[in-house]
Each structure stands twice: as structure tokens, then as C-alpha cells.
Design a protein around this ligand. Sequence first.
Ligand code: HDD
Length: 719
Amino acid sequence: MGQVSRWWAILAGVFSIVSAQDVANQKIDQLNAALKDTAGTIDTTDNGVQVNTSNSLRAGPRGYNLLEDTAVRKKMLHFDRERTPERVVHALGHGAYGTFESYGDFSNLTAACWLRDGAVSEVFTRFSVVVASVGGSESGRDTHGFATKIYSECGNQDFVGNHLSSFFINDGADFPDLVHAVKYEADKGFPTGGTAHRTAYDFFDHHPEGAFQLMNVLSDLGIPRDVRHMSGNGVHTFRFINAEGKSTLFKWFWLPKLGHRSLFYDEVTKIAGKNNNFQRVDLYNNIAAGIYPEWEFAVQLFPDDGSYMWRGYDLLIPTVIVPFDENPPMKLGRLTLNRNPNNFFAEPESISFAPSNVVDGVSFVPDPLLQWRLMSYDDTATHRHGSPNGFTLPVNRPIAPVNNNYRDGYMQPYIYEGNSTSTPNSIGGVQEPGADATLAYTAAAGEQAGSGPIGRYVSQYDWFGQARTFWNTLDKFAEQHTVDAYRFELGNVGDADVVQRYINNTLNSIDNCLARRVAFGIGSTMPEMGSGPSGSGTIQSNSSMPKTFSSLYPLGATQEPHKSNEGLQVALIANDTLGTQADVQAMMSLLSAQQVSLTVVAPRIGMLKTGVTANASFITTSDVFFDAIFIGSLATTNGTSGSGLDMDSYNFVMEAYGHGKAIGALGSSGSGILSGLAIQSKPGVYSGDAARVANDVLDALAGPVRFPERFPTDDVNAI
Ligand code: HDD
């Protein structure tokens, strides 16, 4: 390339980046125009008159309130109506703004403008949990929602996915039943914090297609540490269409740059009691600190030959996944969340997503779960906002022009001009688009709407095979956690028949050893090998079976090595004799280089006798919020001789140890303290020079999940 043309290429590149950035900024400008700053203003009524509404109007200092106090009446009336109904599912959620950048030009695949070369679009992502209501715990065991709205130049593109790759059912007609069964039991009103037991397991027994999804939820994957370490999965197959009308099928994923991290169930229950907003606090604080989480947008591609099958995988059945090692996903772009919302109600609460929001170049397939989703989301949003005009709210409004004749209704904010209200028209109103206007909502060339006689069909597949393969990827400890989760859930069902049916019909069809282990722990009858409905399909796993860690599942095994420690939190235990400024200094530069935050935890907040400042106390925080624990070295400067750990510190360290976390005891006193705790020389426990211990702990944090040798596991041969 000549010098001049190289300069042109560089300039063209610079200008295309600037204009792509301008597109993303359009949404920010649109949102900024809706911001209202009331700081320092004087309180007025809604009709703009200054009134003191802090003290109501009364007939004398000991007299009745006056009906004439319309100002306070209006204040109360507004308050009485300030909640919109919570979402029927995924009620508990939060989110943030960010950007989506295309990695290149994918016009060979799709006409979608957000996948053009250099395209940058503003986005909003809302994370949620399915079952818990507003006010529940975000860390609960559940399927977590991962919904993203890309405000692209050519319209809003919504990706409404979950953190797991499969689902519980295959037909939207079953969705109301599923949700009724997993939400609180209708007659009792509990449990409100998580999935119900008797009704849910009765439902699951009738829906073997959900066996794989349920096992995912009951493994450690069902309790992600936070949203930064969680994927998004579209579950269904979708359709890309390029400008020539060529259709390619795809399944989509958001793959977290940081890899995946899970909690353990004991931590989940404690976090729920101590900070039910652990996940949103983690996201909010990291974004506020400039530590922006990223995900890559990846797709598995399948040729569209009209069969919706790929190497034996049925692409119309959403509970069937296609293994990553058979069809490695192609990375098309990057999502970065970098801006916290200004107002929780106006943004994460008021946003509404719909899988039907697609742009030119993206379309659907005849998957009966997806097809019902295409109507249900707009319907529920209309109910929630009280009007179909919810799309005009700042967080929902596209940057692409919106012009139509869907008129009036509650809270119509626009004053439409002109006489025409119909399309087509010849009197100056909204005109019809040309025939080639959009490739959204179109099927494959030549596709028929129907593929057989009209009927109510049930999908057929080997539902237990996927669950069995997943079970076989779990290592001994992940396997034990999953068995314990089945025991917890089934052990709370309170109906021996429902429990036994689930064990016999589902678990024994997946794996006899799994079924027997679960049954053994909850006093149910242990089924015989091969007695499940899938007959001889059952196999007997045992701990000597090779663990493949296959990429069957996009998340891989729960033992995935981590890619980064960004945004993790560690605690240093200190008191008036433990923990020195030298400890803090030695660790700080190492921790901050990896963007790991340090909290000094002591019996009281403030300056300790050692000169170290404690930012948290054993009352204000808990070991379950930290990824690793350091014990400060014994201070020698204040002349006090150190003893062992006090009860609070002891509990803090030993609970974290029990949860498999790395423990580092600093300085020459470290090994003595650890031997007092009887955990010295155990894997994941370090002592000695502060900088070296900090390095060891950081390495451990970036390694495979925790230290599983500390967990008890079943003696399989005794079951
Ligand atoms: Fe759904 C919300 C994801 C099946 C009907 N769903 C909702 C949200 C997510 C998902 C992430 C929260 C959106 C937000 O943050 O506001 N849903 C899924 C996935 C499914 C799925 C990945 C299966 C693969 N959903 C599904 C079916 C139906 C619905 C089959 C109905 C036929 N979902 C809804 C809903 C919700 C919803 C009732 C409640 C709030 C909302 O839509 O806006 O319409």
C-alpha cells in the first residue's frame, strides 16, 4: 500500500470510529435530555406552586387535618401509586449501561447494523433471578436472567437470555404451569425466597425434558458468585439473514472475560441473610471503581437447510444444547458495562425487554417456546406500564426514528400533528416501507408455515442423556454439591410419593448411583439399576469414572481456571495486636495491581493500637463476602504480646477455610497461628513474608475453584 493510500486508510478508520461512537452517544444524549436535577430547588405542587408539604394543614395545633390540604393529598396520592406491578417472573433485578462493539464486518451473515465493521452501540443489561420477588436474595439458587438491549442505529435489538444454556420446558404453553409450580405454593404463600418444593418437584416429574436444566441449577453453576462471572445464553436457535436474503441459524452466548465463579450453598444462605443485594453491590461498586466487566458475544452457526437439525441435534428443541467442542462458537463482538444508572425506578425497573425486538437481519425459527415468548413479553410490559406507551420511556426508546399510527392510550407523551392517522394514505401521513425494507421477522426462503397436520405435539428426545453427560463432567466435589442440592430440595418436599417418583423416574433414568445417593441422604427407597423408565439406559457411575470436563456445556466444568482476579475482595484480620502497617503496605501494591480490594476487619472500626485503620468490624461484615482471608502478623511495636485469635476472628477464618478459600497468615507469627488452628500445611493455606503470602493467595485465587480437599464427600461404596 502506498504512503498516501495508507494515510487515507488510517483517516477513514478514525472517522468511522468517531461516527460509530456518535451512534452510541445518541442514546446517551437522549437519556441526558430526560435527566432532571432537583438539587437545591424549592418544593412545589405538580402545578408549579411553591408549597411546604412537610407539615400538613390542620385546624389548630391539636386540631383535625383539613380536606383543603390538596398539596399533601396529591403528595400522598402519588406515593400510593409509586410502584408498578413487579414482573411476574425475574422480578428481582438490577443492571447497568455500556457499549457493544462489533469485532468486524459480519454482513456475510446478517444485515444487522450493530454487526457492521466498527459499529459501537449503547446498551443496557438487566440481570435478574427468576423466582424470588423484589426484596429476595439475588444470590439464591436459581436460573439468573441476562437481558441486553442494544440501542442500535437500526432499532433496538434485545437479547433476552438466561445464565444457563438450556431450559425446563419446550413449549410456551407450559410456562404458566412452570411458573406457578416454582413460585410460592398457592395455598401456603411460601417459600417466597426461592423455588417451591412439593409443587415444583411434582411439575419436574411430569417434565423430564427439564432434567438437564434442573441439574445445572442444582450444581454450583446455579449459584454464581456475581454477574461479572456469569454467562448469558439465548437458549433458542435464532436466524441471521444477510442482505441477499440468505439465512444462517445461530445460538448466542455472552462469555464473561473473567471466566465463571460460583458460591457454595452454605455461603448463599448466609449471604442472603447478611446482604441480599450482594450481586448488585458487586456490579455497582466495580463499575463505580472503573473495573468494567466484559463479555464476548459468541454464536454457534448452523446452515439453514430447512430441516432445523444439525448432526442429530434438534435445533427447534430449546432444552437440547449443542456441545461447544462439536460446534465451537465464533466471537462477533464485545459487551462492556461501564455506567451505573441514575435512577433505579426509571432505568432497571422500567426497562422492558422482548425477544421480539430484533432488527433487520435477525429473525426466528418455529420453536414453540420461542414463538410464545414473542407475544408474552410485550403483553406483560403493557400490563406493567399500564399502557402500550411504555416504549416511549427514556430507557426503552430506540435511537432509530419511531413513526407509526399506534395512537393514544394512557400517558401518550407525544402531540401528533396532522390529519392522517392511517397507512397507506395520500394526505401526508406515515407511509408504508418498500418491499425490501426489512429482513426481520422473515423465514427461510421457500419455508412453509406448516410442516404437517394440525395437532398438539410433544417433542421427543433422550432427555436424560444430556443430564447424564453433565453429571459425568462434574468432579467429585462438584458432584457432591449437586447430590446435596437434590437432597436439600427433595428433602423439603414433604410428600414421600412426589420424592420417590422424582428419584425413580428422573434421577434413576439419569444415573443409578446419583439416584441412590440422593435417596440414601433423605431416607427414600434406593432404586435398582435399570428400573427407571429409560430402562437399561441407566448407568452406574462411581468415583473412578474418568471425568472428562468436556465442553458439552458452554460453562465447562465448575473447575474452570479463572482468567483474572479483577474486582475480587480479600479481608485482613487485625486487632490491637495483630496486623501492622507493614503488612498492609506489603500487600497493597500487589493487590491493587490485580484490582483486588482489601478490607481490614477488626473487632471495631477505626484506628487500632497498631496504627492500622480497620474499615469494617466483625459486626458490619462477614467472611462470606470475601474471596480470601489474610491474618495480620503479630505487632511487636506496641509491647503487647499476642495470643491466639479471639472467637470472632477464629470463626471468620475457620468458616472461610470450610468454604475452601485461600488463607494467608502474615509474618513470622503466621505459622504459629495456623498451627493453633490446626490448618497449617494444608493446601491453600500459606504463611510467612507478607508479600510472598499475598502472591500465593493471588495465584490461588486465579487457579481452579478453591480447595475442594476440605469438603467431605459420600462414601459411594457404602451406598
Ligand atoms: Fe422469560 C422475563 C428469559 C422463557 C415470559 N424472561 C424474562 C427475563 C429474562 C427471561 C432474562 C427478564 C427480563 C428483564 O430483565 O426484564 N424467559 C427467558 C428465557 C426463556 C424464557 C431465556 C427460555 C428460554 N419467558 C419464557 C417463556 C415465557 C416467558 C416461555 C412465556 C411464554 N419472561 C416472560 C415474561 C417476562 C419474562 C412473563 C416477565 C417480565 C418480562 O417478561 O418483562 O413475559
